[in-house]
Design a binder for this molecule. Sequence first.
Ligand code: SAJ
Length: 433
Amino acid sequence: MNSNEGQKSVKIERVTMSKKICILGLGYIGMPTAAMFASNGYEIVGVDVNETVVNQLNKGEITIEEPYLGDLVKQVVSEKRLRASVTPEEADVFIIAVPTPIMDDKSADMTYVESATRMIVPYLKKGDTIILESTSPPGTVEKLMCPILETSGFDLHEDLYVAHSPERVIPGKILIELVENNRIVGGINEASSRKVMHLYESFVKGEIYLTDATTAEMCKLMENTFRDVNISLANELAIICEQMGINAWDVIEFANKHPRVFIHQPGPGVGGHCLAVDPWFIVEKFPEDTKIIRLARETNDLMPMHVFKRLKGILGTLRNKTVTVLGITYKPDIDDLRESPILQLVELLEEIEGITLKLVDPYVSEYRHLTEDVQDALTDTDMIILGVNHHEFSELDFADVKVPVLDTRNFLSKESREQLGDNYYLIGKGRQL
Ligand code: SAJ
């Protein structure tokens, strides 16, 4: 199947266009998706187990930080096209966008997907569509969801449409990417794929590619695994270059001039709820046959410890020192702290006897050791770590800084580096031996 074949049936499907959508999970994906469908003519009921999220949404307020989302939600709530509830209700389409967290043994916690699927069963009617958007281990739709949906008494292939359509948007640009990105739709049969494709066509400007459910699940996981493995290669290179006294960032820049080479960027580790998690969902299913994927994960997970060791190497001892950390989120210009490697670094630092930590982050309002006194954090300290390259930090003036600065992102301007002179240290760059 491909999207061109699917185009043929657009007209027929449009006539019976589904109108009411129930979206389960009002987080980073469910909330923007709800707002997007609402602003494209659908009636949306957003369902969340968290009453605070539900109450705030009904007032037109959102609980996550994402550019433009607040305004859009306010508008569609005031126009009564989006409302929230703690329980599902009858609808034409059910979209499951609940979390799939990782457990201590590195397997996926599928209880939210399972309970969301069970929750909708009593509300299903013939002709309804069920879509899983949550990133899930391969086989989730076929092996976990379908048996639960069958308890409704409906024949899944005759009476319902079921598909996986993974979200692939990047935090910070969610509303843009929801519209512009290509999308994969993997149905349990061709009719499901096409039905779901037409639904997303209401706002998606990218291509929509049709496949089966398990292929769609694996595609999503491999996209993030591809990125994670490539970053681990860059991180390994960084560690080697530090020992050789050369600069990994130069190696990457020049190597990437080759038309078929694209080495990613080294850094303090890989965070967020996607790259740091999704590869494990493949490892979980095939532990014996996923050596590269596992090793990449482990390599990236060791980066906060590597940064910690470099700090110790620079200062000699960290005991009774003051350390300033600029940026604690998992990546720049967002408020998301999930799996942040810098927080893992902070936890390692907290173990040191007598240490004082000063954390600066314009996107985070609550966390231990946070300070808003940036001037003090830059001058009354023994060491500065540039953890996250928030754009606000490009305005910082390092002229008065007389202590070592460790840049984990190759972020500081040429001018600041020159001002710092020998006090400037970079992850991935060693000093000449
Ligand atoms: N990072 C590096 N080096 C790089 C690129 C990223 O160290 O060269 C680090 C970042 O600093 C961050 C982490 O990786 O800590 C992840 O950031 P990211 O920007 O690569 O990705 P996410 O987690 O914000 O979003 C990813 C995206 N996936 C891909 O680009 C393949 C996004 O499109 C997905 O929708 C999202 O995962 C998701 O929800 O799965």
